[in-house]
Design a protein around this ligand. Structure first.
Ligand code: UD1
Length: 416
């Protein structure tokens, strides 16, 4: 199993091209199988989650292949409506296929999804929303059986603005006659990207990016080509890499408007940030100042996916920072590993108090999940001595060639 070996202490300088967003391409792949025509999606990163999603789509009978950063999906033949258990448990995003397979086949059998071990991650909001649209659902032996023969458009009020449930319901309702309105929908930028993609295929959806999304059913979706949006979480991680190493990085292709919550906090740590429509420029400005409080919230609040990377920065900031994790109940698994590197952190339930130290030191640490793993790499870039980050397969789920990108801006990091 691969590990990263990092000799910390090098300031990072240069440009990083931001690849397409994992959290957008996975629902786009699911959306693509609703059409019987060929769909091409570009700017797709080569990630474990992407490879697994392609395998699942192939198991359903569609043709799907990745060449360079382009994925071509041809679902003219989609003979199965069963998502295979062994693949679904690797990938939580397989749950989106529930909505799209239902749209296409009117029935679906899906295993309970997997993904990062960051909390319970139930799918009750997805199920309740589908039931509100008159989909018949039975749950038995770890599988969910759905029958959408009598599915109807209507109003769905989400109990919580779940990103996945919002996307799944958009996919399920896109071919359903009449108008479906999702209230208390999630507002994440990836939902806007899904709306734009579906509309390019001929769907009639409006309101994504607000808490009310309207889906007016159309007869069918046509083929299209589409460029996936840049990954705001990857961009945020490399922005923090500049800050934690006292460096200066240009994030090429990153969208400032999608990253306001992080950038405003980085500005408070005393980083100098400038941007134009194509790039964001982050320049560290001496030792970071601690930001007093970081509370994760649904978009446009501070993203839970950047909580761990931002915590790595706060471990070496001047002062005290209090983190509250509101989205997932088990998302402080990086804390034990950061303390092995000299971080001063106390956890109480969903709150972590970090007292910044001058600098971390190298240690052997274990990535426990995707973003927590990225936080350990960031910590290793700061630390004196050698850090070994084990189990980097977690990181490979969401960051393409992380070590190669970091080396290109001056980091001393290898995979072995
Ligand atoms: C997506 C992102 C993930 C991000 C998260 C929150 C993808 C592929 N993943 O995950 O990177 O961290 O949004 O921004 O886009 N919940 C329920 N019942 C449900 C659904 C969710 O209780 O039916 C809870 C979850 O357990 C969690 C919270 O709601 O505590 C947020 O989950 P959700 O917004 O659905 O996140 P995901 O779509 O899984």
């Amino acid at each position: 199993m691969s590990e990263f070996l990092i000799n910390g202490g090098k300031s990072l300088y240069g440009e990083v091209e931001i690849h397409g967003a994992k959290n957008t391409v996975l629902p786009l792949f699911a959306a693509a199988i609703i059409s019987a025509e060929k769909v091409e999606i570009t700017n797709v990163p080569l990630l474990t989650d992407v490879k697994n999603m392609i395998k699942i789509i192939q198991k359903l009978g569609a043709k799907a292949e990745m060449v360079g950063d382009k994925v071509t999906i041809d679902a003219s033949r989609l003979y199965s409506c069963e998502i295979p258990n062994e693949l679904a448990k690797e990938l939580r995003s397989s749950v989106f296929l529930l909505g799209s397979v239902l749209s296409r086949k009117k029935c679906a059998k899906v295993a309970y999804p997997g993904g990062c071990d960051i909390g319970l991650r139930p799918i009750d909001i997805h199920i309740k929303g589908l039931r509100d649209l008159n989909v018949k659902i039975e749950e038995s032996c770890g599988y969910i059986y759905c029958d959408a023969t009598d599915m109807q458009s209507g109003d769905v009020i989400l109990d919580y603005p779940s990103v996945g449930a919002t996307e799944n319901l958009m996919l399920a309702a896109v071919l359903t006659e009449g108008t479906t309105v999702l209230h208390n929908a999630a507002c994440e930028p990836e939902i806007v990207d899904l709306q734009n993609f579906l509309n390019k295929m001929g769907a009639k959806i409006s309101g994504a990016g607000t808490s009310t999304v309207r889906i007016t059913g159309v007869e069918s979706l046509k083929g299209t080509t589409y460029r996936a949006m840049p990954d705001r979480i990857v961009a945020g991680t490399y922005a923090i890499a500049a800050a934690i190493t006292g460096g200066e990085i240009i994030l090429k292709g990153a969208k400032h408007g999608d990253m306001r919550a992080l950038l405003s906090k980085l500005a408070k740590t005393s980083c100098i940030i400038t941007q134009n429509s194509d790039n964001i420029h982050i320049k560290a400005n001496g030792r970071p100042t601690a930001v007093q409080r970081i509370t994760t919230q649904p978009h446009p609040g501070f993203p839970t996916d950047l909580q761990a990377p931002m915590m790595a920065l706060q471990t070496v900031s001047d002062g005290i920072c209090v983190f509250t994790e509101n989205i997932f109940e088990n998302r402080f698994r990086h804390v034990t590993e950061l303390t092995k590197m000299g971080a001063d952190i106390i956890i109480n339930g969903r709150t972590a108090v970090i007292k910044g130290v001058e600098r971390l030191h190298g240690a052997e640490v274990y990535a426990q999940d995707l973003r927590g793993g990225a936080a350990l790499v960031l910590a290793g870039l700061n630390a004196y001595g050698t850090t070994v980050v084990k189990d980097v397969y977690h990181i490979d789920r969401g960051y393409e060639n992380m070590e190669i990108i970091l080396r290109s801006v001056g980091a001393d990091i290898i995979r072995r």
